[in-house]
Design a protein around this ligand. Structure first.
Ligand SMILES: Cc1cc2nc3c(=O)[nH]c(=O)nc-3n(C[C@H](O)[C@H](O)[C@H](O)COP(=O)(O)O)c2cc1C
Length: 310
């Protein structure tokens, strides 16, 4: 019997997301032909980031504006039985290099009619980016059949501090020797191996109908309930900021730096002052909104695209 073919396309700066994907792929060894490709931006985004380059990535991330990437050397004459797309989150949105790929002619050809599994490695806010991904998969006539979303499980404000340290220093170690290690824990990265088996089974049977249920029962989709509404409001406001900043020019434009700095201080204020209050209000009013919150959790654990969800 001919081996099934799996195409894997991912983008990762530090390699964290790639490690997660590699662990998922362990189950495929010797059983599925794996074709793995990594997206490379031109020019590359800096890692570690400089302060201004980091904020400068916001408007185009939020608006899913394509930039430049190296063409992926993918054999389009092969029939791939499944495509895995792996990505981190940038400003509640897909990273620019992935949006660039998903808006390319190459993606249009590759994704059409194909089952797709997304794999996300985030700090803790990924649900809005995944809505963008669902839309782009839909525009390419692909079919989302599974989603795995891992996050940093440290407390929200702690993970903000540690991720800024990691992104600005490029080192995934403890800040000041006091804070926990940044990012997704080693345990969760290694534990991603367990998601390989249901994916392998689905490819081999060419039946993806129960894949997402199987993945969810393995805790593949990690959502913090108190963050849903915060994130939805945040994405709405980010869109307004993105338009406001872009009026002053495109990526790297000097004229937009003042507005980017304003955005930075706005965001730090929201994260450290507004979000703890919003979280407290969330838990105090939880019994009143329990039904609504459960419906939202069910929606974001699923694969459906409801563009008016808020
Ligand atoms: C520019 C930028 C913005 C980010 N914004 C978010 C975000 O909005 N939500 C989130 O959960 N993580 C965010 N992160 C963290 C990433 O999701 C991810 O955990 C980290 O960049 C490591 O991913 P890597 O595999 O590319 O190294 C951001 C990272 C960068 C570089």
């Amino acid at each position: 019997m001919q081996m099934k073919k799996l195409l894997v396309i991912s983008y990762s700066q530090s390699g964290q997301l790639d490690q997660i994907v590699s662990n998922i792929l362990v189950a495929m060894e010797g059983k599925v032909e794996v074709y793995r490709h990594k997206i490379k931006p031109i020019p590359d985004f800096p890692f570690p980031w400089t302060d201004m380059s980091f904020w400068d990535a916001m408007p185009e991330s939020v608006q899913c504006t394509p930039a430049q990437i190296e063409a992926l050397d993918i054999d389009t004459s092969i029939h791939y039985d499944l495509i895995i797309i792996g990505y981190p989150i940038w400003f509640l949105s897909p990273p620019i290099p992935l949006s660039t790929f998903l808006k390319s002619d190459q993606a249009k050809k590759l994704l059409k009619g194909k089952p797709i599994v997304s794999v996300i490695g985030s700090r803790n806010m990924w649900i809005n980016a995944q809505e963008d991904i669902k839309e782009m998969i839909d525009a390419n006539k692909g079919r989302l059949v599974g989603n795995i979303a891992l996050r940093d499980k440290n407390q929200n404000l702690i993970s903000v501090v540690t991720i800024i340290y990691w992104m600005m220093r490029g080192k995934k170690d403890s800040y000041l020797g006091i804070f926990p290690k940044p990012g997704i824990s080693d345990k969760d990265i290694i534990g991603a191996e367990r998601f390989g088996q249901p994916i392998l089974q689905a490819i081999q049977n060419n039946d993806f109908s129960s894949l997402q249920n199987d993945l969810v029962s393995l805790d593949a989709v990690d959502i913090v309930p108190s963050i849903i509404s915060l994130e939805n409001k945040g994405k709405h406001i980010f869109r307004i900021w993105a338009r406001f900043i872009k009026k002053k020019g495109g990526p790297g434009a000097k004229a937009r730096q003042r507005r980017l700095k304003l955005f930075k201080w706005y965001l730090l204020f929201v994260i450290f002052i507004v979000s703890p209050i919003a979280t407290l209000v969330f838990y105090l009013t939880y019994p009143l909104f329990m039904g609504r919150i459960k419906r939202k959790l069910k929606y974001y654990r699923g694969l459906e695209l409801k563009t008016k969800e808020s």
